[in-house]
Design a protein around this ligand. Structure first.
Ligand code: NAP
Length: 263
């Protein structure tokens, strides 16, 4: 199924599931400063929330907000029983650290899945695995290659695939081109999370039955979005950019908030 159709279907299921609730699940989005890309992401999260009947409160703080002020607000939201999920939109201004934020947000309300001990799985890897499951990818014993080893995508992705009994290889900037070609030629599933165009192009030998999940977001000079992979690779499934993993990540946030609400 096409990702847009899958997301619409799952959103409708969520909407129906909470339609009889006395009060809707509530997300609190906190932003500091006015990063234009962040503003667009926040608009998307509010729109998604409204579509399924969730409440989304946006606390927009000025760029000069101190660590103490942010900490005080986060503690207040942790203690507010009407708030089920809290997320702090990244990036933060330089004087504030995501580490400090993660140390304060309650693991029970960390619907982004970033906080150590969070009750939820990181949204991007979760969204990808849920979609692959829906598409019938048979995980067990399959060769999965994850390109990229970041804390928010590559590493949690590899862990989730390992939990589903894939044979997982993680490659990164220090992997030789020869080894990269070897691993990719044997891969049943390839998840690319690098942030550079052309990480996989048509010169790579890939299995025709392979699934390729393109996490990358790269903006060209005209502002158009591109993934890390050349479009139209000769494989069984390749997620598009835009209209691919970004939508799955947004859906996973709704799923995590629903779980927080039920808890
Ligand atoms: P990141 O923290 O910059 O990590 C990039 C990873 O790619 C690093 O592990 C790096 O290896 C590896 N790498 C760099 N050059 C490479 C190369 N030539 N070959 C193989 N590996 C290479 O990035 P991130 O936060 O994981 O995000 C990756 C991309 O996904 C970005 O474009 C980001 O915007 C996008 N993204 C999209 C979504 C979504 O919802 N669609 C969500 C999150 C991220 P080293 O560790 O060796 O440096």
């Amino acid at each position: 199924m096409d990702i847009k159709q899958y997301v619409a279907l799952r959103k409708e299921e969520i909407r129906q599931e909470i339609s009889s609730a006395e009060k809707p699940p509530k997300l609190c989005i906190i932003s500091v400063g006015e990063d234009p890309a962040s503003q667009a992401y926040i608009r998307g999260k509010k729109k998604d929330s409204a579509e399924v009947g969730f409440e989304a409160e946006h606390v927009a703080l000025p760029a000069e907000t101190t660590a103490e002020e942010l900490k005080r607000i986060l503690i207040k939201k942790n203690e507010d029983p009407s708030v089920h999920g809290i997320l702090v939109q990244l990036p933060l201004p330089k004087h504030l650290s995501p580490g400090m934020v993660n140390a304060i947000i309650s693991p029970a309300k960390d619907v982004d899945g970033f906080v150590p001990g969070s009750h939820y799985v990181c949204c991007t890897p979760k969204g990808i695995v849920d979609y692959l499951t829906h598409e019938g990818f048979p995980f067990v014993g399959k060769n999965a290659v994850v390109i990229g080893r970041s804390q928010i995508v590559g590493k949690p992705m590899a862990r989730l695939l390992l939990e589903r009994s894939c044979n997982v290889t993680v490659i990164h900037s220090k992997t030789s081109e020869e080894d990269k070609r070897f691993y990719l030629a044997h891969a049943d599933l390839i998840v690319v999370a690098v942030g550079k165009r052309g990480v996989i192009d048509s010169s790579y030998e890939l299995k025709p039955s392979a699934f390729v999940v393109d996490v990358g977001i790269n903006r060209d000079e005209e502002g158009h979005l591109h993934g890390d992979c050349e479009p139209g690779l000769p494989v069984a499934l390749q997620t598009p950019v835009p209209g691919g993993v970004g939508l799955l990540t947004r859906l996973a946030l709704l799923d995590n908030l629903l779980e927080a609400f039920k808890q």
